[in-house]
Design a protein around this ligand. Structure first.
Ligand code: IMP
Length: 426
């Protein structure tokens, strides 16, 4: 049975948690394949709000297998805490329901210290990272000095790698970043404890997924962050340090491209961004504030207020192409209730030049003026809608126009945070 990939198509926080939770019902295995605990996937079931940072969003369905693939960077302290909190609530009580790749890289305390210190030193030019050590961990992976989960489990290997890395990192921390160095003993002891706690879940997840797909099990791959944060295709350098596009699933989970049948893009009915970098349709005044309040646009990981603005069809169309989307799940349509008129960016203008794609130059993108189409809004609440026909005519026209501009069929329209507040089209 071919597999499905779900990715964010804007700057993250599109509502992947809710959609993956919904799709998880029809799948056996849910897999994270990139990013780390910079992600915060929020799920609302009844009165229970769950924010997941590392464990896939299928975890609230009993009996589903959750896999953390090799492309994820893992902070073991965060994973142990998340796991314990879920187990206290009755989830993941069966150890066989969680599988962690032996090849995933481990976030170390020096990665977090380097991330935070660099951001401080960059001042106004800061990326606005989540401070979780994501970038420095991926750097070490590429530099071939990283520590993998399998290394963490082997006491001798871990000792050797930690000693060697600390020697270098302490010089960098002290001399270049003017930060205190770190002691071997405390890190070693704490990480050995985490290793003992996690050992039972560690396996060759690429092999597990290969066999599962071969045996016809249904597998859902859950992307993290959004396409515009992709290190190659996003608004570099204001991006995360991994590939977030759908293609990353192959390397990040160890599964060949022929296994995939569909790619679903999660897309908010407006646009948000956390952290710094260009954002052509940003609204810094009352409309931005209104979207932030109605959409509860505060980071699930850091609590930072998200920057908010109008729907940008230029970047969603680009994301559609980069990901090879076969469908879009439109989220948070209900947040637009009461705004009139609504605006949709259809192209950018920079001086006399027009852009139908996102320019690679940061300087050009910073100067991009959005060209808007206006559409009438609606005032009726949408949360009760379960079919497109239940939506006010102006909301239906707005959805239809977005579908036309993004050139991708919409498969889901979400009208509220709860599981059932959803219109399923396909
Ligand atoms: P890092 O991934 O912590 O290095 O942060 C790099 C950029 O990506 C910053 O602008 C972060 O705000 C942004 N970012 C990272 N993860 C997420 C996410 O899950 N949602 C939204 N933005 C994110």
């Amino acid at each position: 049975m071919p597999a499905v990939v779900v990715v964010g198509v804007q700057w993250g926080d599109e509502g992947k948690g809710k959609v993956v939770d919904l799709l998880a019902r029809d799948n056996d295995i849910i897999v994270r394949f990139g990013g780390g605990n910079n992600a915060g996937h929020t799920l609302l079931v009844g009165d229970e709000r769950t924010v997941l940072h590392l464990i896939p969003s299928g975890v609230l369905h009993q009996g589903k297998i959750c896999v953390i693939g090799n492309g994820v960077v893992i902070d073991p302290e965060v994973l142990v805490a998340e796991l314990s909190a879920l187990r206290r609530r009755g989830y993941l009580t069966d150890d066989a329901c969680l599988k962690i790749s032996d090849e995933a890289h481990v976030i170390m305390p020096y990665h977090k210290a380097i991330d935070l210190a660099r951001e401080r030193l960059r001042g106004k030019g800061a990326v606005g990272t989540t401070g979780r050590g994501i970038g420095p961990t991926y750097e070490d992976k590429m530099a071939r000095t990283g520590i993998r989960v399998v290394d963490l489990l082997e006491e001798g290997t871990f000792r050797e790698k930690l000693e060697r890395n600390l020697e270098e990192k302490n010089i960098y921390l002290r001399s270049i970043l003017k930060e205190p160095g770190m002691e071997f003993g405390a890190i070693f002891d704490a990480y050995r404890q985490h290793a003992d706690r996690l050992r039972r879940y560690v396996t060759d997840t690429a092999l597990y997924l290969h066999d599962a797909i071969r045996d016809g099990r249904r597998v859902l791959f859950e992307g993290a962050q959004g396409t515009m944060l992709d290190v190659d295709h996003g608004t570099y350098p204001y991006v995360t340090s991994s590939n977030t596009v759908s293609g990353a699933v192959c390397a990040g989970a160890g599964v060949g491209p022929a296994s995939f049948q569909s790619v679903i893009g999660i897309c908010k009915a407006y646009t948000t961004r956390v952290g710094n970098g260009p954002f052509p349709t940003e609204e810094q005044g009352a409309i931005g504030e209104r979207l932030r309040e109605s959409g509860d646009e505060f980071g699930a990981t850091t609590g930072r207020p998200r920057r908010c603005g109008w729907f940008d069809a230029v970047l969603v169309r680009q994301a559609g192409r980069l990901n090879g989307l076969t469908g879009i799940a439109l989220t948070k349509l209900d947040v637009l209730t009461g705004l009139d008129p609504l605006r949709i960016c259809v192209r950018y203008r920079v001086g006399a030049q027009q852009f139908d794609t996102v320019p690679a130059s940061t300087r050009v993108l910073e100067r991009a003026i959005p060209e808007y189409e206006e559409m009438p809004g609606w005032t009726a609440p949408l949360r009760g809608a379960r079919r497109l026909a239940d939506l006010p005519p102006t909301a239906r026209r707005y959805v239809a126009r977005l579908e036309e501009l993004t050139a991708t069929p919409f498969t889901i329209v979400s009208v509220g945070a709860e599981r059932e507040e959803t219109i399923v089209l396909d």
